[in-house]
Design a protein around this ligand. Sequence first.
Ligand code: NZQ
Ligand code: ZN
Length: 391
Amino acid sequence: MENFVFYNPTKVYFGREQLCHLGEEALKFGKKVLLVYGGGSIKKTGLYDRVIAELKKADLQIFELAGVEPNPRHTTVNKGAKICKENGIDVVLAVGGGSVIDSAKTIAITAKYDGDDCWDLISRKAVVDENLPIMSVLTLSATGSEMDVGAVISNTELNKKWTIFGPDLRCKVSFLDPTATYSVSAYQTACGAVDIMSHIFDNAYFSNKDEMDMLLRIQEEVLKTVVKFAPVALEKPDDYDARANLMWASSWALNGFLYDGLSQDAICHRFEHELSAFYDITHGHGLAIIIPRWLRYILNEQTAPRIKRFGVNVFGVDEKLSLIEGAEKALDCLEEFFFDTLGLKSKLSDLGIDESNLATMAKNACGRLGQINGFTVLSIEDTEKIYRMCL
Ligand code: NZQ
Ligand code: ZN
């Protein structure tokens, strides 16, 4: 385990009716707010009207960027940064899911960049060490962007989907009201549940190291929380406790507490970001298809103990089974959860993906090292084979 500094200064207002604090919090940063939102869900639910009313009550001047796409585009970010520069925006407020929050973060840093293309910063051609303050009102439990330091942006001209990390890209204030997620579709609820679980898998749970048992145990409790409450939210979308548990699990899966000091290899995310870069699919669905195939591909005497432990502690697999049998049973349970309980389609071909880009995606996923490290070492060839198992 490495030394670490745990520092997570995001102020969270959790629960119903907390938006009454929105204006006072935004005012701390200045008078001009850029409100960033997606394709219109917040207008249908009435959240847009509530946000505007709160901002007006505090006498804030409101500018808007609407239409952020799922798998948000760098061109949309550039539009937002332009609004910031032309109008001297003081704070960027995201109202939406991960795509909207990620766009707001990238707008906030591009607003401080002399150039006009955020891709320069995302591709590290240029560096900026400050950004405008960011606030969020979360509407979908999934990415953890409301409390983490990263943002993921797509460049559809280059088929790239890359992450930017900034010195101060954590939201200053996030509003987490579980009732704002009642309207999330069953499909997005399912994809969000997978994404939350994947952040735990990718941030040190699936590893051969046994660095801090306390964290492994808490990670398992967060996984169990998702396994328990995602089906409840699917059955009854306005179940407050289910939505609240998923929302807080989403934030804690990726806010640093569960993995600071541990090795973070982001294996599943390397696979998935290639899929959504090439095919614009929903992030959590790509993850659901990849994760069990990856784990089956690497299952051996070395990896079986952790995979079996996952099955025993999260799905109640019989501890008396042998290591390999227990691990196989764990993966059966995981597939059943993703594809039966959550109802996600199980193959890339179900999403219209064929083999044409698999070799390129495998090479990209392996990055500059030409391999993926972590639980096991995966070569470009291994990576392509795993993609093929998903077809
Ligand atoms: O655009 P609107 O109209 O708002 O509709 C969205 C969108 O169509 C809809 N939605 C959101 N909240 C809703 C709602 N519909 C009804 N009621 C609500 N309350 O859901 C759709 C998907 O929204 P999106 O924001 O794309 O989903 P999500 O939160 O899963 O974000 C996914 C993006 O985040 C990235 C993903 O790669 C993907 O680009 N990630 C960001 C991370 C981070 N910042 O740390 C980490 C993650 O691993 C992930 O990579
Ligand atoms: Zn994710």
